[in-house]
Ligand binder design. Structure first.
Ligand code: NAG
Ligand code: NAG
Ligand code: NAG
Ligand code: NAG
Ligand code: NAG
Ligand code: NAG
Ligand code: NAG
Ligand code: NAG
Length: 331
């Protein structure tokens, strides 16, 4: 009973103190709470009652007073729990019970640090300056060993951020270089989406340079002044290819696999053979209109397409037409 009375008195004391000092607080302000306080008051009330005495035929009426208690309630603005009244500003300020080192107490038990300071997760009442072992480039050290790129900059690696103009990109040397949508083949990207060809090359399509050959007859230019023959063709020198025929003796290979016989020759079994107007006897037609005697045979001088057999035992002139009869001159 005593304790309750004491607490009530103490609270009342506090309330009156607030009541005195906090007239500027208004509901809705930060940390301000409305508290209903009620106080007991008394008032005197006059009333009439009948007296036991008689006044003539009626009982006497007496006027009397009695004291009637009543309760007055009113709202008092005071700082909510976790907040403290500050008289200079006439406001309620949040309380951080263990302090807020290097920061601002923004709500009860809530310490806020202003960048670049950070709240130490292990000691939420302390702000610290993050440190980055390698310094941040185009970036801020936002927590221990963590760099965060400045606005409009992009991440290059853990410590470096970059910004390149449109059409440019960062290269491995941390330089902004022109960017081509496709890699330049045998050329370099010299301006955004513009390839410049290496020497000996010219632009084919926008991103491909093709080799240039001064001449490449019947071939394909595969490198500057370097020809590779088309199929069916063979190289005769660095710039010319000719059609190839497997065997074209005594003929001209006019296109791949097509052999055209020289004059005086004709196709026989796919081979160009010499043609002799008069058929060769005991001889072969070796060149156009030239008969060459078989071995052991000799030519009749009058008829050059005719050869006759030489008699091994004949040391004279064999003058018979091909019948091999020997007429010896030495007997
Ligand atoms: C950040 O680094 C500092 C200095 O090295 C150290 O004292 C602090 O504890 C670190 N803080 C965190 C959250 O790692
Ligand atoms: C990031 O790139 C820069 C520039 O090339 C270089 O100097 C730095 O060492 C790199 N940092 C890391 C963590 O790779
Ligand atoms: C040209 O491009 C081809 C194919 O990419 C490549 O093999 C060749 O080495 C290049 N030549 C030069 C001179 O860059
Ligand atoms: C090549 O580049 C020109 C100019 O940038 C462009 O107009 C054209 O469409 C491109 N052609 C191709 C095949 O990309
Ligand atoms: C290659 O051969 C062609 C045809 O015979 C000739 O016209 C040309 O001059 C030759 N070129 C070289 C470099 O020898
Ligand atoms: C013999 O051949 C030649 C060419 O080889 C020709 O001009 C000539 O008319 C031919 N003679 C006969 C008789 O066929
Ligand atoms: C033909 O003459 C040669 C020398 O000219 C001689 O060696 C040979 O024995 C002779 N043959 C005959 C069959 O007489
Ligand atoms: C050449 O042949 C003719 C006709 O068969 C013949 O009369 C003549 O004797 C021959 N001449 C010689 C040198 O054999």
């Amino acid at each position: 009973m005593f304790l309750r009375q004491f607490v009530f008195c103490f609270a009342l004391l506090l309330l009156t103190e607030y009541f005195d000092e906090t007239f500027g607080l208004s509901e809705g302000d930060q940390g301000v709470c409305a508290v209903k306080i009620s106080s007991k008051k008394t008032k005197k009330i006059s009333y009439t009652r009948n007296s036991n005495k008689w006044c003539g035929k009626r009982k006497c009426i007496v006027k009397a007073m009695r004291i009637q208690p009543y309760v007055v309630t009113s709202d008092v603005m005071m700082c909510c729990s976790g907040w403290q009244y500050q008289s200079q500003q006439d406001t309620c300020v949040p309380l951080c019970s263990t302090g807020c080192h290097g920061g601002r107490c923004v709500a009860p038990e809530r310490c806020q640090c202003d960048p670049p300071l950070l709240l130490d997760p292990e000691h939420p009442n302390t702000c610290f300056t993050p440190t980055c072992e390698s310094s941040c480039f185009n970036a801020d050290c936002t927590s221990n060993n963590t760099c965060t790129c400045h606005e409009n900059f992009q991440t290059y690696n853990q410590t470096h951020c970059y910004r390149c103009d449109q059409g440019f990109e960062i290269d491995s040397n941390f330089k902004c270089v022109p960017k081509c949508d496709n890699p330049c083949v045998n050329g370099t990207c010299d301006a955004p989406n513009t390839c410049s060809c290496s020497s000996g090359y010219r632009l084919g399509d926008n991103f491909t340079c093709v080799p240039v050959c001064d001449s490449c007859v019947n071939g394909k230019c595969v490198a500057p002044n370097s020809c590779v023959c088309l199929e069916g063709f063979v190289a005769i020198n660095d710039t010319h290819c000719e059609p190839d025929c497997e065997d074209c003796v005594n003929g001209v290979c006019s296109s791949p696999g097509v052999c055209e016989c020289n004059e005086g020759y004709t196709k026989d079994n796919g081979v160009c053979e010499a043609v002799c107007n008069n058929s060769c006897v005991n001889s072969i037609c070796s060149e156009p209109n030239v008969c060459t005697c078989y071995e052991g045979y000799q030519r009749n001088e009058t008829y050059p397409n005719v050869c006759f057999k030489l008699d091994d035992n004949c040391n004279g002139t064999c003058n018979l037409q091909g019948d091999g009869v020997c007429e010896s001159t030495i007997m």
